[in-house]
Write a protein of this length. Sequence first.
Length: 136
Amino acid sequence: MSTRSKARKAALDLLYEGDIRKTSAVDLLHTRVTDLEYVIRDFTKELVDGVDLHKRKLDELITTYSQGWDMDRMPVIDRNILRLAIFELLWSSDVPASVAISEALELAQTLSTEESSKYINGVLSKILEIKPDLVL
């Protein structure tokens, strides 16, 4: 697993835990920063901070383009994989779209279900398609 993949997984773990505990993933990150490998700290922080900063817009996009799924009914892991991947698609200029989608699908296949990875792929493909028209 690459360094950035490990950083994404660490960010997802923090986002997931924050969602479950109804607390801030940023706060969790600050309490655990010494537990993270030094090389993944910066990218993990960038991802967690970015999702936190843009959470309202991320959730709006997920709600709009996740046909048939209410945010509250969506599995917590899937919701946070989508937040992370959409953040990378829209706000991380140094991450190619294909990498963001591929990494999200890998996380979904590893941590969720095959159906989830297909669903996540559909939502991310739609977001990528409309990206030029989005007002961020």
